[in-house]
Design a protein around this ligand. Structure first.
Ligand code: C2E
Ligand code: MG
Ligand code: MG
Length: 742
C-alpha cells in the first residue's frame, strides 16, 4: 500500500462465530492536501458464496473432464466467422493431437478423417449449418500408422439473432470398441440366421426364447409358434422316457449332449435329427441357456438306404443278393437253432437260360430273369427269402420246414411254376429249372456250408437230367472237391503246356494197312501225372474250357498230320474228337476252316468224330452244322456208335462217312452173343447206308478175326497199337513204311 497507494487481495478473516470467511479487500491510502498520509479506506466484501460457486464450477468442470475421458467423448466449438476452434481435452486424445502444438483451426479436425468418409462429413456439416437440428454421424479416422478409429460426431448450429449461423457446436466420441462389438454381434446374428443348421435357444427352464430360419425350414414351425414353448412339443414318440432321461442327465453332468433324435415336424412327419445341445452358464456357474444345434438327417438316411439297397439287392430283379441272403440265412439259423427247428436252402439254376441269352440277346435274357424272379416270389410264401446269386442262379431260404416232405413240396411247386412258358414281348420261352437242396441241421451248420452243399446237390440234379431236384448227400462232397480242384488246375493246364496229344493208329482190316490215327488228349499234370480224358473232359465241357482246349487239339493234330504227310508218309487221315459244347458255344465251321488254312492240311485228311449221343440230342440242328463241315471237305464219323439211341430215320439223313462201333460191344467178343449180334447188325446197317465201319477197342486177335470175317472195314485198339505220343507214332509210321532211320 505504501509503495503503490492501494491494495487488493483476497483474505480469510475470522468472524465472531470463530469461522473463517473469504473477503475481498480493497484498500487505498488517504492523503491530506499536503500529501501526507492520513489513513486508509479498507473495503471488505464477503465473497464466501462466490468462492463456493467457483469451487463448485471447478469441481463440475473436472467432473465433466473425467466423464468425457471415461466416455471417450470430447466437445468442440467452432466460430464460423473466425474459424477459431475450441475443444475439450478429450478431443486431443481422440484425434491424437499434440496439445502443445495448440492448433486452433478447424482443419485439425478434418485432417485425420478417413479419405473415404470425407464427402459424407462435408455433406453433414453443410446440412448442420442449414438446419438447427443436431446431426449425428459415424465415421473413421485414419492415422499415419494405418490404425483406424471409429468416431461418432454430433453437431448443432447456433445462429445469430438475425438468423445467420454463428457457431458450430459438437461432440465427438470414440466408438471403436462399440463398433467392434457391434460388428461381432452383426456377424453372430447373420451366422445365427443364415446357418443351415437349425438353432434353438431356451432359457434355463428349457423354454424356447429364440429359433433361427433353418429351424423353421426343418421343423415347419415359425418362431412365434414356438417361443415360450418347451422342446417337448417336437416329441415324436420314437424314443422312450429312458432316452430323454439319459439325455438330460448327460446335459446336466457334462454340459453337453450329442446324438440322433427322431422328432416330429409340424405336419406330423417324423424327422431324424443330429442334435448337439449345450448348456450356457453365467459367471456364477448357473445355467442360463440351452443351445440346441441340429441338422436334418433325412437326406443322409435316404442315401444310406439307397446305398444299402445297392449293396444288398440285385439291381436287375430287385431281389436280395448273395450278401443279404447270407445275412438272413445266419439270422434264421440263430432262430431255428434256439427253437430246435429245421431250415432248407434251395439252390436253383435255370436249365435253358444260357441258350435264350445267347440266341435272343441280353435284353430278352434280362426280361426273362425279372419274370422268373416275379414268378418265384409269387410261388413262395411271404416269409420265405428268394435271392439272386447272379447269372441264372437263384436261391431260396425256407424256415421252419419240418420234414423233407414239406421241402420237397415247395421244390415241386417251384419246378412246376418255372416249367410254365414265359411270354416276353416277342417270344414264348420255356426254360425250366433244376434245384439242389440242403437242410439244417443235417447238411451244414452255417449259411456258407448250406449254400455250398445245395450247390453240390444242384450239380447232381443237373447230372440226372434237367427239371429235377435233389437233396444233398455227403458223398457228393468228395467228388465235388475233386472236380473243383481239377477245374482250377485245368484253367492253367493250357498255359503251362501240360496238355499233349496222343495218337492211336487205325488200320484197314482187309490188309492191316495203317490208314490213319485218332488224336486223343492227355493231361500231364505236374504233380498228379497223366490224367485220363474221362476225368477232365466233362469238367472242361461244364466250364466251357473245352472250346479253347478242343481248338488246341484240332490245331496240334492237323499240324502233326501235315508234318507227317509232308515227310512222305502214306496215311489217309487224322481223326479229332469234337465235343457237343464246342459245337454249341463256338463257331466250329470257322474254326475248322481257319485251322486247316493255318496248318495247310488238306480237308480230306481230317476226320471229325462226334458222339452218337450228342448228334441225336439235337439231331435237326446238328444235321445243318454237319452238312456245313462236310462241305469243307472233311470227313465225319459217329463216335461210340450203339450207345446212344439213334433214330434210324435221322441216321439215314445224317451227312456222315463212318460209324465207330463202341468198344463196349467189341469188348465181350467172342463171349457175349448179344454183343456179337449187335456188332454184326451195326456193320450191316453201316454198309447198307454206304458208310465205312470202324471197330474200336480191339484187344485180341480173336476179336480182330471175328470183325474181319463180318466185313468190318477198319480197326482201332490195343491189339494193334495203344495211343502214343507223336514220337512213338512216327516210329510206327517209319516201321510200316519200311524205313529204319529217317
Ligand atoms: P473215344 O473217342 O471213344 O476214344 C477211344 C478211347 O478208347 C480212348 O480212350 C482210347 O485210349 C480207348 N481205347 C482204344 N483202344 C482201346 C482198347 O483196346 N482197350 C481199351 N480199354 N481202351 C481202348 P481215351 O484216350 O481215354 O479217351 C476217352 C474219351 O475221351 C474218348 O473216347 C473221347 O470221347 C474223349 N476224348 C479224348 N480226347 C478228346 C479230345 O481231344 N476232345 C474231346 N472232345 N474228347 C476227347
Ligand atoms: Mg473218338
Ligand atoms: Mg469211341
Amino acid at each position: 500500500m505504501h509503495r503503490v497507494g492501494n491494495y487488493t487481495a483476497e483474505h480469510r478473516l475470522l468472524g465472531r462465530d470463530g469461522q473463517y470467511r473469504h473477503y475481498w479487500l480493497e484498500a487505498s491510502i488517504q492523503y491530506n492536501q499536503q500529501g501526507k498520509e492520513e489513513g486508509a479506506v479498507v473495503c471488505a466484501t464477503d465473497i464466501s458464496s462466490l468462492k463456493q460457486q467457483q469451487e463448485r464450477l471447478r469441481h463440475s468442470e473436472s467432473l465433466l473432464k473425467e466423464a468425457q475421458h471415461i466416455a471417450h467423448l470430447g466437445h468442440w466449438e467452432q466460430d464460423l466467422a473466425t474459424d477459431e476452434l475450441i475443444w475439450s481435452e478429450e478431443v486431443y486424445r481422440i484425434f491424437e493431437i499434440d496439445p502443445t502444438a495448440c492448433p486452433t483451426a478447424f482443419p485439425v479436425l478434418i485432417d485425420p478423417v478417413h479419405p473415404d468418409d470425407r464427402p459424407a462429413i462435408n455433406k453433414a456439416y453443410l446440412a448442420a449449418q442449414a438446419d438447427d437440428k443436431p446431426i449425428t454421424l459415424d465415421h473413421r479416422l485414419l492415422f499415419a500408422d494405418g490404425r483406424v478409429k471409429w468416431v461418432r460426431k454430433c453437431v448443432i448450429t447456433h445462429y445469430d439473432t438475425d438468423g445467420r449461423p454463428r457457431r458450430l457446436v459438437g461432440t465427438v466420441q470414440d466408438i471403436t470398441a462399440e463398433r467392434l462389438i457391434d460388428e461381432q454381434l452383426v456377424l453372430a446374428a447373420s451366422v445365427f440366421e443364415s446357418s443351415l443348421n437349425g438353432i434353438l435357444i431356451t432359457d434355463a427352464n428349457a423354454r424356447i426364447i429364440k429359433v433361427n430360419r433353418a429351424f423353421t425350414e426343418i421343423m415347419g414351425y415359425c418362431s412365434e409358434e414356438v417361443l415360450g414353448q418347451k422342446p417337448g412339443l417336437f416329441k415324436s414318440g420314437y424314443h422312450d422316457q429312458d432316452f430323454y432321461r439319459k439325455l438330460w442327465a448327460t446335459l446336466k453332468l457334462a454340459g453337453k449332449w450329442q446324438g440322433e433324435i427322431w422328432d416330429c415336424r409340424k405336419n406330423g412327419e417324423l424327422v431324424p435329427l443330429w442334435q448337439s445341445i449345450s448348456a450356457v452358464h453365467d459367471c456364477d456357474g448357473q445355467v442360463i441357456r440351452y443351445i440346441g444345434v441340429f441338422y436334418d438327417l433325412s437326406e443322409q438316411k435316404r442315401t444310406e438306404e439307397h446305398i444299402h439297397h445297392l449293396a444288398y439287392y440285385d439291381s436287375l430283379t430287385d431281389l436280395p443278393n448273395r450278401q443279404l441272403f447270407i445275412d438272413r440265412c445266419e439270422l434264421a439259423l440263430e432262430k431255428v437253432r434256439r427253437n430246435h427247428q429245421s431250415l432248407a436252402v434251395l439252390f436253383l439254376d435255370l436249365d435253358r437260360f444260357k441258350h435264350v441269352n445267347d440266341s435272343l440277346g441280353h435284353p430278352v435274357g434280362d426280361e426273362l430273369l425279372r419274370a422268373v424272379a416275379q414268378r418265384l416270389k409269387n410261388t413262395l410264401r411271404h416269409g420265405d427269402t428268394v435271392a439272386r446269386l447272379g447269372g441264372d442262379e437263384f436261391i431260396v431260404l425256407l424256415e421252419d420246414t419240418g420234414s423233407h416232405a414239406v421241402v420237397e413240396n415247395v421244390a415241386r411247386k417251384i419246378l412246376a411254376g418255372l416249367d410254365q412258358p414265359f411270354m416276353t414281348q416277342d417270344h414264348k420261352l420255356e426254360i425250366g429249372t433244376s434245384i439242389g437242396i440242403s437242410c439244417y441241421p443235417e447238411d451244414g451248420e452255417d449259411a456258407t456250408a448250406l449254400i455250398k452243399h445245395a450247390d453240390l446237390a444242384l450239380y447232381q440234379a443237373k447230372g440226372q437230367g434237367r427239371g429235377n431236384f435233389q437233396f444233398y448227400d455227403v458223398r457228393l462232397t468228395e467228388r465235388a472237391k475233386e472236380r473243383l480242384f481239377l477245374e482250377s488246375e485245368l484253367r492253367d493246364a493250357l498255359k503251362r503246356e501240360e496238355l499233349l496229344v496222343y495218337y492211336q493208329p487205325q488200320f484197314s482190316l482187309a490188309d492191316d494197312k495203317l490208314i490213319g490215327a485218332e488224336a486223343l488228349l492227355r493231361w500231364h499234370h505236374r504233380e498228379h501225372g497223366i490224367i485220363p480224358p474221362d476225368k477232365f473232359i466233362s469238367i472242361a465241357e461244364d466250364c466251357g474250357l473245352i472250346v479253347a482246349i478242343g481248338e488246341w487239339v484240332l490245331r496240334s493234330a492237323c499240324r502233326q498230320a501235315k508234318a507227317w504227310l509232308d515227310a512222305g508218309f502214306d496215311f489217309q487221315r487224322v481223326a479229332v474228337n469234337l465235343s457237343g459244347v464246342q459245337i454249341e458255344r463256338s463257331d466250329m465251321l470257322t474254326t475248322v476252316r481257319q485251322v486247316l488254312a493255318d496248318t495247310g492240311l488238306a480237308p480230306k485228311h481230317l476226320e471229325l468224330e462226334i458222339t452218337e449221343t450228342y448228334i441225336m440230342q439235337q439231331a435237326q440242328r446238328n444235321i445243318r452244322i454237319m452238312e456245313d463241315l462236310r462241305a469243307l471237305g472233311v470227313a465225319l464219323a459217329i463216335d461210340d456208335f450203339g450207345t446212344g439211341q439213334s433214330s434210324l430215320g435221322y441216321l439215314k439223313r445224317l451227312p456222315v462217312d463212318k460209324l465207330k462201333i463202341d468198344r463196349s460191344f467189341v469188348m465181350d467178343i467172342p463171349h457175349d452173343s448179344n454183343d456179337m449180334a449187335i456188332t454184326r447188325a451195326i456193320i450191316a446197317l453201316g454198309h447198307n447206308l454206304h458208310l465205312t465201319v470202324l471197330a474200336e477197342g480191339i484187344e485180341t486177335a480173336e476179336q480182330s478175326a471175328f470183325l474181319k470175317e463180318l466185313g468190318c472195314d477198319e480197326a482201332q485198339g490195343y491189339y494193334y497199337s495203344r495211343p502214343m505220343d507223336a514220337a512213338g507214332c512216327l516210329r510206327l509210321l517209319k516201321e510200316k513204311a519200311g524205313i529204319s532211320a529217317y
